[in-house]
Design a protein around this ligand. Structure first.
Ligand code: SF4
Ligand code: SF4
Length: 111
């Protein structure tokens, strides 16, 4: 179940996409601990399929970690507990030493 705020963002997204993008930008981020694990447990539980690449995707072999699409993530938090190495954080809880992963996640979807 999405957080209350995320629910309203999704309701208004079709009418005010720019505003909703601002409020939902990078709600969750995958950080450094994913590197070397990359087991895709998080992909299985994401209700909106916003974690990429998938094991069947053509870019799977080329990446060392997975990434969360900031425009699609609904901030439900289901992926957080599924990760065996605690690599996924809500943006506000991301440790300072891993802040660069906000940009790293977003950049992957701009390619
Ligand atoms: S918080 Fe995690 S499971 Fe929920 S939509 Fe975002 S990436 Fe998917
Ligand atoms: S569950 Fe954690 S380690 Fe596994 S792919 Fe997702 S973020 Fe990476």
């Amino acid at each position: 179940m999405p957080a209350f705020g995320a629910f309203w963002v999704e309701c208004f997204r079709p009418f005010f996409p720019a505003v909703c993008y601002y409020f939902s930008t990078m709600p969750h981020i995958i950080a450094e601990p994913c590197i070397g694990t990359k087991d895709a447990s998080c992909v299985e539980v994401c209700p909106v399929d916003c974690i990429h690449p998938t094991k069947k995707g053509e870019k799977w072999e080329a990446v060392e970690q997975l990434f969360i699409d900031p425009e699609t993530c609904i901030d439900c938090g289901l992926c957080v507990d599924e990760c065996p190495v605690q690599a996924i954080f809500p943006k506000d809880d991301l440790p300072a030493e891993w802040h660069k992963y906000v940009e790293i996640n977003a950049k992957w979807f701009k390619k």
